[in-house]
Structure formats: structure tokens, C-alpha cells
Write a new protein. Sequence first.
Length: 154
Amino acid sequence: MKLLLVLMLALAAALPALAGEAAPLAANEAAEQHMLALTRNLRCLVCADESLAASQASLARDLRAQVLQMVERGETDQQIIDYLVARYGNYVRFRPPVDAETWALWFGPFALLALGLAVLVFNIRRRGSRVDPPLDEAQRERVRALLAQTGESE
């Protein structure tokens, strides 16, 4: 029983290494914290729904190392972001800027919502204005005859 417990503890201790978690990248803890804060706002190019800081993809690890080197060289956050955007496009940002390139991204959902509401209002108004003409006397007699055959009354 003790052997099983020891094996389980050894496995639990080895799991981070097996999962691919890297040891701290920098000797300078402040630079690493700065890198992590910066990469939390950047998108992993492989995982798309994860931040660069949280992703375990090999490209994300390489980009974190590259960002860390840039931080250690003293480059500003804006310089680092500009470099990554120049290389990978605005897709690397979780919140791209509002400019001509990203208008569809920012305003497209609202335009589609407005279009859907306009179509809905148009259809409701069209249905409301459509009134069936009243039955003439021949049609009324036919309805009475059909109702009498089924045993129902008007």
C-alpha cells in the first residue's frame, strides 16, 4: 500500500514535466512576469481560443521565449505588439484596433442584427396588411354544405 502511495506521488510530481510545462524561462522573475502579463492579451496562433500565456503549443512556447527576449532587451510593450502584428497580423490580438481593416469584425455582428430585425419587421408588417377578402354567398353555401356533411355547425 505504501509503495502504491509513493508511486502515485512520484507520478503526480512528474505530471507537469510530462505535460510539457517548461521551467521558468528567465532568471529575471520581473521580466518573466512582464512577459506573462503581455502575452495574456495575445492570441495563440495555434489554439485560437487561448492566450499566448496559457497555451502549451510549441509555437506559443517559442513566441513566449521570443517576447521574453524582447522584454529583457528593454523593448516597450508597444514595440513588441507591433512586431507580432507585423509578423502575424491583427489576429494575434484578442482585441484588435478599430480601423478600416477590422470594421467588419467590430461592426459586422451589429449590421447582421440590424438586417435581421429589418427583415423581421418587414415580414410582420406585410402579414398584418394582408387581409383575406370576405367570402361571397356561393362560398358561404359551400362551407355550410361541407359543415353539414361532417355534422358540425357554423
